[in-house]
Design a protein around this ligand. Sequence first.
Ligand code: GLU
Length: 211
Amino acid sequence: MCGIVGYVGARQATLILVNGLRKLEYRGYDSAGVAVWNDGQSRVVRCRGKLAALEEKLIKEPAPGSTGIGHTRWATHGRPSDENAHPHKVGSISVIHNGIIENHLALRQELAAGGSKFTSETDTELFAHLVEREVRKGTTDLTAAVRAALAKVHGAYAFVVMNDKDPSTLVAAKNASPMVVGLGDGENFIASDVTAILSETRKIILVEEGE
Ligand code: GLU
């Protein structure tokens, strides 16, 4: 289980996300990425390797915007590669994930039978498809869509989900994987470890099991 950082506010998200992920580097990881919302849609920039490689990529492909999610991955399902790096985006939905979806094989089969096309080997991408399917069915509330998707998933996880259609909200869920929320002034943070956001705020809420 590796690193998660999310930001909603008025400042540029990318710098906050990358700085937060750097504080989590000590945990080890094989790839890194961000999804940042700007002007109607989010841009995903991700790659295999160290945060320095991501930063180099971000110079060539900047991701401006003030809502975003960032992740350092330690591969459990699918090799370390650009395609398997998080965030995973399906339609308007971007997802980062720590942990393991235990019933991933059955979910992959079910989603494939329903016409889903996969672009990675990860268990995480399946969750992005599940949430996107809910949104496509007409669930406009992202929390409700994430809840419906979670009902299909078994395993240990921390998820953070962003919808291009509502950049003011990130939805997170936690089960047997750490997660904290940080409260700022006109901005909020989420992270898998308090050290990622302590330089931004000391107002921390621990996310409870199953919350
Ligand atoms: N199971 C996910 C993957 O392999 C997340 C791994 C992690 O916790 O970093 O992509």
